[in-house]
Each structure stands twice: as structure tokens, then as C-alpha cells.
Ligand binder design. Structure first.
Ligand code: GLU
Length: 331
């Protein structure tokens, strides 16, 4: 545990599954400012939990892009620190231990449902649709008898491990999105802690790592909002502290689509290669966050004075179609 328990500790938690784009820059800049504006520390954690999608070259590029933007960190994969290792792929033993404890407490059950079966359950007449639009798992495999489980195993079916969720509303105050009340069912119902191929789930890893790294403030995109009640529920089951949460509005392209891999022209690498400076990116994003009256090139650190999460608007940030030209115009 870090010695500065009372101070703010924020984190940047990229998944090295692709290159950073302007939407990632927005979230990481604001997460960094939220910590630094309060004199807090920043931890960089590489969320390479999924071996099928994570790549070491992306991890290296992400660190280079973050530094280029002007963001720094006090602990991380490259710097080390008292709470390391800072790559999830090197923390698997910790996840296994926590999962064993939940298992021993009777909180988990194997789920044999295939993707196809899950899709069919979702289409059933009374299927409940979770807040993020995905179907809530109706708990089907949680009701299997021991004999039925054994039979499925005998047939060679592989199971993921799900957490038995209570019928519970989780209430929390989000520093940007405001007061939240979501039932676990609205957040997808009993959720997976380990995939059927043995890969630990994001929800488990993130909760354990935030606690082990003494994180007090979690600032991230709104797309993860429905994960938060699941994470709070896990924290309670495991007796872990609950950090302060802030979910940021997303950055959308001019057609209202979330930035994704296909927005290659909006990766930081591409913008940099076309001669756009980090100051232009920080200045533009800082302006969209309401931190500047007009867009102008600034260093990330210049945006820290007076920064407050509470002052951010919760509406998405829609980029103009000619965003690359706008940025180039700033220098
Ligand atoms: N690694 C996750 C992502 O890149 C973020 C997780 C989090 O901030 O909790 O989407």
C-alpha cells in the first residue's frame, strides 16, 4: 500500500488493444488533470488482461502518446513503484486468490451458456435489457443441479464463472454524471468473473487493482458507467474501499458515432505525424471541457489550475467533421 493514503491517487488505465485516439486523449487528459489539480498522484496501469487482444507494441505506443500529450505518472510499468506490477498480465495470481475466496463463499457458479444461447435468451419474451442495451443474464445456469452440471462437463462443455448478484440497487454519486441509482439487473445481472477460456474478467481485475494500488479517484468514459455498480458490489463483497467515481461524456464524430478503431485519421499517432502539436490537442480538448475561452495551444499542465470535475458538462463532445484541419490551424 502507498504511504500517502490520504492524498488523491488517480489512475490512467489503458487497454493496449489499439492506438489512442482523440476520445482516449480526452479521457486521459481529464483523469490526469483531476488528480494533478488536487496535488494528487497518478498511477499508470496497463490493462492487458485479455491476451487475445493485448499487444506489447500497443502498450509502448500508448505510453509514448501519453508522454507526448504532456501527461506523466508517478508509478507505472516503466517506472515501477510500491504497488507493482503495473501490468494486469503480471497480477493473475491475485485475481485467482480473490476468485477462490468468492467461490468458497458460495458467490459464484459455472455458466455453460454459449454465445448463441445467450442471444436466444436475450430474444425471449420477458428478457430484461440492461442499461447499456445488452441483455441481462437471467441466471439460468445458477439454477442447475449438481447432476446437471456434471453432465454438461462430461459432454465437454466449458464454463465461465459468474458472480451471483443480489437483487440490489447500487447508489453512488458520480462527480460528473451526478447521483446514480442502478439495479444490478439493469447492469446485466449475474456477471462473469472468469471467461470459459480462463481469462479473468475486467470487472474483477479492475476492482482488485484499484484497491491494491490505493486508487481514490476513478475518472473514465461514460461507456463504463454501467460497470460501476458491479464494481461497487464486488468491492463490498471483498471488503475493499470504494473510490470516488467520475464518468466523462464521450467524444463523438460529426455523425454522432463513438470514436473507434475505424477512425484511424483521429489517432494521436496520425495527428502527430501530420504535424499537429500536443499543445493543439490539449488546447482544443481543454476548450471543449470549458477550461479555456477559446482554443489555443497549451501544455496539459497549464489546464490544471482551477480544474474541477464538478464544472464539466455531462453532454457528449461532438467533433466537427474537419477536426484535423481545426487542430492543424492551432499549430
Ligand atoms: N481499460 C479500460 C479501457 O481501456 C478502462 C478501464 C477503467 O478505466 O476502469 O476501456
Amino acid at each position: 500500500m502507498p504511504s500517502t493514503q490520504s492524498a488523491v491517487r488517480g489512475r490512467l488505465a489503458p487497454s493496449p488493444t489499439g492506438q489512442l485516439h482523440l476520445g482516449n486523449a480526452w479521457a486521459f487528459l481529464l483523469a490526469w488533470l483531476a488528480a494533478r489539480a488536487q496535488g494528487g498522484q497518478v498511477v499508470l496501469r496497463m490493462e492487458d488482461i485479455d491476451p487475445d487482444r493485448s499487444r506489447p507494441d500497443f502498450a509502448r505506443e500508448i505510453m509514448r502518446d501519453l508522454r507526448w500529450l504532456g501527461l506523466d505518472w508517478d508509478e507505472g510499468p516503466d517506472l515501477g513503484g510500491p504497488c507493482g506490477p503495473y501490468e494486469q498480465g503480471a497480477r493473475l495470481g491475485r485475481y485467482a486468490e480473490a476468485l477462490d475466496a468468492l467461490d468458497a463463499a458460495g458467490r459464484t457458479y459455472p455458466c455453460f451458456c454459449t454465445r448463441k444461447e445467450l442471444r436466444e435468451l436475450a430474444g425471449a419474451p420477458h428478457a430484461h435489457v440492461a442499461g447499456d442495451g445488452s441483455p441481462a443474464y437471467p441466471g439460468t445456469c445458477g439454477r442447475l443441479t449438481a447432476a446437471e452440471r456434471e453432465e454438461l462437463l462430461r459432454q465437454g462443455r466449458r464454463a465461465c464463472l459468474r458472480l451471483r448478484c443480489d437483487d440490489l440497487s447500487i447508489v453512488f454519486d458520480d462527480a460528473v454524471a451526478g447521483p446514480q441509482r442502478l439495479t444490478l439487473e439493469e447492469c446485466g445481472g449475474d456477471f462473469a468473473l472468469r471467461r470459459s477460456d480462463g481469462v479473468f474478467a475486467y470487472q474483477l481485475a479492475v476492482v482488485l487493482d484499484d484497491a491494491a494500488m490505493g486508487i481514490t479517484q476513478v475518472v473514465r468514459g461514460n461507456d463504463i458507467l454501467t460497470s460501476t455498480p458491479r464494481q461497487i458490489f464486488l468491492q463490498r463483497l471483498l471488503g475493499l474501499p470504494q473510490p470516488q467515481y467520475a464518468h466523462l461524456p464521450l467524444v463523438l464524430d460529426h455523425q454522432g458515432e463513438r470514436l473507434a478503431k475505424r477512425h484511424q485519421s483521429l489517432t494521436l499517432a496520425r495527428l502527430r505525424d501530420s504535424g499537429i502539436g500536443a499543445g493543439a490537442v490539449c488546447g482544443y480538448l481543454g476548450w471543449r471541457a470549458g477550461l479555456l475561452d477559446a482554443p489555443r495551444p497549451v501544455a496539459a499542465a497549464e489546464l490544471a489550475s482551477g480544474f474541477s470535475l464538478a464544472a464539466l458538462r455531462a453532454e457528449p463532445v461532438v467533433l466537427p467533421e474537419d477536426i484535423a484541419r481545426v487542430l492543424a490551424g492551432l499549430g
